[in-house]
Ligand binder design. Structure first.
Ligand SMILES: *Cc1c(COP(=O)(O)O)cnc(C)c1O
Length: 420
């Protein structure tokens, strides 16, 4: 079979698109008919209650976006201008931008290969370099929980608090405990592409009553209790709309169903790729149960054809028996299916090029070790910059809930054909 043998999908297969069920419309209509068309109402109260119940946190404050929640989490954590903050490196930029909103300076912690999340060894190195740091912001990439025990132990040792970005991992558990409960201030998102959605929206989760009250106040313009608009603190317009909350309310009962669908997609890819020089995005099968939000693949070094990327373009040389993310993504796009490169690590982003970056061997910006195939390698012979390596060899696969097994089988064949 050649690469030309497929018929493009009539209906685009998305990476991850909203999946509606009916209840969403009912609760949105209820907001309309009762005229609670603002940032107050039954839907908001109900989604906050449902979130606490599901995740197991004491307080949930519904906000306009996960990014808004992260911003207020960083404020709660007390980040001040000039403060350094340790952040996940391979993540979406919304994890780290709020540090900059507050004038802080993100120091990026490299990724480990077992879960594609913050490397606790690199984190320990970072504390050795910057012992004054008091805040760690971590994300659970693609719905796979971090090495939470190790990260918690290192953070506690240095008296730093954790802000957990669980935007992608709602419903995932680590040692039986939901993500979104490990940090002091935690964040989930209801963006349109997440495991459940409000079309937009997010929440700050915490067990700290004072913190939750502050977020309620800050997110509604920080009004004081007075007969007029009285302000003692800087406010924000970050509260969730009751209409959006209606969508979230309708989605919540379907969270576990979405997770089961995503898991089936992951397993089907894993099975379908048998024999190819690839692996799936890994997780700790003993301790963690991801929500499988996105299925990703990583091409083994021996299965990689030549590929180069500059800041905005990519080129590759096709080779029998080998492929690369660029070839696979172009092939999928040609047949109307949507994949995506791995989230490009923050330390490689022009906007954060001057920020610190720490690897499992120390200061990642200052290393001059041996190079193999253009990759700087560590003492263990593996690429030293794990994030860059995973970005080079990995990609996110079409992971939409509504993709049928027959459609997924075709996608698997398309990907196989790239290796012919
Ligand atoms: C989506 C996402 C966010 C931001 O959430 P929004 O609701 O879109 O603002 C933050 N962090 C990560 C890791 C995300 O994937």
């Amino acid at each position: 079979m050649s690469k030309q043998d497929f018929v493009p999908f009539e209906k685009k297969i998305y990476l991850s698109s909203p999946t509606m069920h009916g209840g969403e419309l009912k609760y949105m209509t209820e907001a309309y008919e009762t005229n609670w068309m603002s940032t107050v109402g039954a839907n908001i109260n109900e989604v906050e209650r449902m979130t606490c119940e599901k995740v197991g946190c004491k307080y949930a404050v519904a906000l306009s976006a996960g990014t808004a929640a992260l911003h207020l989490a960083v404020k709660l954590a007390g980040v001040k201008p000039g403060d350094k903050v340790f952040c996940s490196d391979m993540t979406f930029d919304a994890t780290v931008n709020p540090v900059k909103y507050e004038g802080g300076e993100a120091i990026f912690i490299d990724t480990e290969y077992d879960t594609w999340n913050m490397d606790p060894v690199a984190l320990e190195n970072a504390f050795a370099l910057y012992p004054e740091v008091k805040v760690v912001v971590l994300a659970h990439l693609y719905g796979t929980p971090c090495k939470m025990d190790e990260i918690k132990a290192v953070s506690e040792k240095y008296n730093a608090i954790i802000v957990e970005d669980a935007a992608e991992s709602l419903g995932a558990t680590y040692k039986g405990k939901q993500t979104g409960t490990f940090g002091t201030y935690n964040v989930i998102s209801f963006n349109g592409n997440k495991i459940i959605t409000g079309s937009a929206g997010g929440m700050l989760l915490t067990d700290d009553k004072d913190a939750a009250e502050k977020v309620r106040k800050w997110s509604t313009q920080a009004r004081e209790n007075a007969p007029w608009y009285q302000h003692e603190e800087l406010g924000y317009n970050y509260r969730m709309s009751n209409v959006i909350a209606g969508v979230v309310r309708g989605q919540f009962p379907h969270l576990e169903e979405h997770i089961a669908q995503k898991k089936a997609i992951y397993e089907r890819y894993k099975e379908g790729f048998r024999g190819l020089p690839v692996t799936m995005n890994p997780y700790d099968e003993e301790n963690a149960e991801p929500n499988f939000w996105l299925s990703c693949m990583l091409i083994k070094p021996e299965g990689m054809c030549k590929q180069v990327r500059d800041e905005k373009k990519a080129l590759y040389i096709s080779e029998p028996g080998k492929s690369c993310p660029t070839e696979i993504l172009e092939t999928l796009a040609k047949y109307n299916a949507e994949g995506r490169p791995i989230w490009k690590p923050m330390h490689m982003q022009p906007i954060y090029r001057m920020n610190g970056f720490v690897t499992r061997e120390g200061n990642g910006r200052a290393q001059t070790n041996a190079y193999i195939d253009g990759h700087e390698v560590g003492k263990d012979g593996r690429p030293l910059d794990a994030g860059m390596d995973i970005f080079d060899r990995g990609l996110c696969l079409p992971s939409d809930n509504k993709m049928t097994s027959a459609e997924q089988d075709i996608i698997i064949e398309m990907i196989k054909s790239c290796f012919y």
